[in-house]
Ligand binder design. Structure first.
Ligand SMILES: C[S@@+](CC[C@H](N)C(=O)[O-])C[C@H]1O[C@@H](n2cnc3c(N)ncnc32)[C@H](O)[C@@H]1O
Length: 279
């Protein structure tokens, strides 16, 4: 069993690297996540793994440990109300503002194994006739490289497709491959994935018109939440939108965002970045 010292150093590293909060009393969770890593890295136990990391803090191994501690729970069309609101209310506004001169850019930030980004892509594909001529791009990012590798394949088990997908959508957008279901190219064309840490600036991603960052802040420390909300604002277009998960709020973000009436979990950017920086 991991002792208090080991749990403390793991929690500190999870907080420092990813902003992940490990609630007190969740030692069992840490042990359950570390056991397979210790085995696959050739250590006899989780204690041996943590002792080795204390002596030689190998970055790759710490990264693997911390990434394993994140909550990766996700499913297709999870909490669909904001997705529907995006398609019916926000997308037409963005299309008007952009007037086909620039692409509409959507970010699934903290996308896990990709189901959120692919759900958005399925919706766009289903409405492609009315979107003809409008350039739309979805980018999915997550701190966990294993999750991103899986998202990129677009391949899901029977269990995973049963979570949130109607049979109609399964047949329409997936093809069977062995014991998996793989997304068709018609859906794949909308999305690209890359690894990224929300605590970092991520300027390389460019600017987005809407950011879905759902069920990510809830797993973070209050400081990391605040920091992430500030980082997201730097990636959001002046007339952009932020969508959070149920129970997540913009608390701690100062005046960077404002709530929109009638749309739970959807926020708009307020001040432009220049005036915010100058403030
Ligand atoms: C519970 S999943 C949410 C997935 C999806 N957004 C949804 O709502 O179903 C949270 C994801 O956030 C990612 N995450 C946690 N901290 C992160 C950070 N600092 N940077 C990027 N991703 C992070 C985790 O790796 C995990 O895949």
């Amino acid at each position: 069993m991991l002792d208090n010292g080991a749990i403390k150093s793991i929690s500190a590293e999870a907080r420092r690297r990813a902003g992940i909060a490990i609630p007190k009393g969740q030692t069992y969770l840490v042990e359950a996540r570390l056991a397979p890593i210790a085995r696959s890295e050739g250590y006899e136990s989780q204690e041996d793994l943590i002792n080795a990391l204390a002596q030689v803090p190998e970055d790759r191994l710490w990264r693997r440990v911390v990434e394993s501690l994140a909550d990766h729970e996700t499913w297709f069309f999870r909490d669909p109300a904001p997705l529907d609101h995006f398609m019916s209310d926000i997308l037409p506004v963005l299309a008007r503002i952009k007037a086909r001169k620039a692409p509409i850019r959507i970010w699934s930030a903290g996308c896990g194994t990709g189901q959120e980004a692919w759900s958005l892509a399925m919706l766009l594909e289903e409405h492609k006739d009315r979107l003809a001529g409008i350039d739309i791009e979805i980018v999915g990012t997550d701190i966990c490289s294993r999750a991103i590798d899986r998202a990129q394949t677009g391949a899901y088990s029977q269990f995973e497709v049963q979570r949130g997908l109607s049979i109609h959508r399964l047949i329409e957008h997936f093809k069977p491959s062995g014991n998996q279901w793989v997304l068709k190219d018609s859906v794949k064309r909308w999305v690209r994935f890359e690894r990224g840490n929300l605590l970092k600036p991520q300027e390389n991603l460019g600017e987005f018109d809407i950011i879905f960052c759902r069920n990510v802040l809830s797993g973070m420390t209050p400081d990391a939440r605040k920091h992430t909300l500030a980082q997201l604002a730097t990636r959001l277009a002046p007339a952009g939108y932020l969508v959070l998960g149920p129970g997540e709020t913009i608390a701690g973000a100062g005046d960077l965002y404002r709530s929109l009436t009638g749309a739970r979990g959807v926020y708009a950017r307020t001040m432009d970045r220049q005036s915010k920086q100058a403030a």
